[in-house]
Design a protein around this ligand. Structure first.
Ligand code: CDP
Length: 229
């Protein structure tokens, strides 16, 4: 069976999620969006009125909430306590607090355990910040995606505008820089490139090119490992 684990890490807006989703679809794999899991815990806290700076409250919310990720027809939905929160986890409010909530060691331990269960049977494309370094250090293929800050801001602004949220470029740049700094300087599983990851700069690439590139690396690995169709 041609089943491998593909880990895609990188800063916000570098193109990880779109690429990971399409690569998974093309290979018939499961797409695991770990950022969506941290976003869902953040939303759970906000819904319960727990202050995002309350670390124990965050761990309690992570332990007690019922979280599932569903993949159907290339569409991935996030279900929190039986409610579809796929869209609401992308709000500015959740985005503002998610890096704080995901910096808590106890929250990460609970999430990483779930992520490893989902990836246990391989055939998975996983995107996040610590996938190639912590969650699946033995992943068959590790990609580290980067892009110029102005291009990342442009993409994020476009996403927000589709949601009806108009935010200035300066504000988006600040938000991305702040989140990247928090994500890469935290003690627990910071964002960093695994030594054996392949870096892809998507600044001037189309989505199709990004997907094709990852698929060609995946194919090369499967051929080298003698995995045939
Ligand atoms: O899509 P975007 O790049 O905005 O971010 P995301 O992948 O939805 O992740 C949201 C936040 O969750 C990140 O900024 C990190 O703080 C956190 N995260 C993490 O700590 N570890 C992961 N494996 C994935 C996300």
């Amino acid at each position: 069976m041609r089943k491998i684990i593909i880990a895609i890490d990188g800063p916000a807006g570098s193109g990880k999620s779109t690429t990971a989703r399409l690569v998974a679809e093309s290979l018939g794999y499961t797409y695991l969006d770990t950022g969506a899991m941290y976003r869902a815990i953040t939303l759970a806290m906000l819904n319960l009125g727990i202050d995002p700076s309350d670390e124990n409250g965050a761990v309690r919310a992570a332990r007690e909430c019922r979280l599932s990720l569903e993949n159907a027809n290339g569409n991935s939905r996030v279900i929190l306590n039986e409610v579809d929160v796929t869209d609401s986890i992308r709000s500015e409010e959740v985005t503002k607090y998610v890096s704080l909530v995901s910096s808590y060691k106890g929250v990460r331990e609970i999430m990483v355990e779930k992520q490893r269960e989902i990836g246990a049977h391989k055939g998975c494309v996983v995107d996040g910040r610590d996938i190639g370094t912590v969650v699946f250090p033995d992943a068959d293929l590790k990609i580290y995606m980067v892009a110029d800050i102005m291009e990342r801001a442009r993409r994020r602004q476009e996403e927000l505008s589709i949601r009806g949220e108009d935010v200035s470029t300066a504000q988006v740049v600040d938000e991305l820089n702040e989140r990247d700094t928090k994500d890469s300087t935290r003690v627990a599983s910071p964002l960093k490139k695994a030594p054996d990851a392949i870096e892809i700069d998507t600044t001037n690439m189309s989505i199709e090119e990004q997907v094709a590139k990852v698929l060609s690396f995946a194919d090369e690995i499967m051929v080298t490992n003698g995995m045939v169709n």
